[in-house]
Design a binder for this molecule. Structure first.
Ligand code: HEC
Length: 162
């Protein structure tokens, strides 16, 4: 193989890799097919299931249904922060053109910078909860959990249909 042909082959491989990555949805903003939209919706909802599984016990503690448990609070706060870190990538794929089963409102893809601000509010609230627990500020637990819950509600009010 001459080096020129080699270079072409390598460039071709590079290009198909790029389109493969784009088709996976993380970098593309618009779903490109019904199948792509269905997968993006499934991942989006799966992420929120993980969010829910970490928020559930915290909500129970704030309501007084279960005792405050510092270890669970800290672990779950850190996980919520990590889930917030990946949230933008999972929400950015615009699935409006396709018939998918979703509670996401169309407005979500109209001004995505506002969605990112709401994600950041969730991340900051989760980080605050971790610091409050770290500091052993027991009087602040309920309010810190409340702030995380408020960040969910603020985004749901704007972008999630009931
Ligand atoms: C930045 C916006 C945003 C934030 C922040 C947010 N959500 Fe959501 N959530 C959504 C949207 C949009 C949907 C609808 C997803 C869909 O149906 O495609 C959703 C769906 C859900 C679902 C249903 C998932 C499913 O299987 O259909 C749960 C549970 C949920 N959110 C819990 C939470 C909790 C708990 C928090 C806070 C800790 C939170 N969310 C924070 C936007 C957000």
């Amino acid at each position: 193989m001459t080096s020129g042909i080699k270079r072409k082959v390598i460039m071709g491989l590079g290009a198909s890799l790029v389109s493969l990555i784009a088709a996976s949805g993380v970098y593309a903003n618009e779903a490109t097919s019904e199948r792509h939209a269905a997968a993006a919706t499934q991942y989006r909802q799966a992420l929120f299931q993980l969010v829910r599984s970490n928020m559930g016990p915290l909500g129970g503690m704030a309501k007084g249904a279960i005792p405050f448990d510092e270890s669970v609070m800290k672990t779950n706060a850190v996980r919520l922060e990590q889930l917030a870190d990946m949230m933008s990538d999972y929400l950015v794929t615009d699935t409006r053109k396709f018939n998918v089963e979703t509670s996401a409102k169309d407005e979500m893809w109209e001004d995505f910078s506002d969605v990112e601000a709401k994600i950041e509010a969730m991340r900051a609230a989760a980080q605050n909860l971790a610091s409050v627990v770290e500091a052993g500020d027991t009087d602040g637990y309920r309010a810190a959990i409340g702030k995380v819950g408020g960040s969910c509600k603020s985004c749901h009010d704007a972008y999630k249909a009931d």
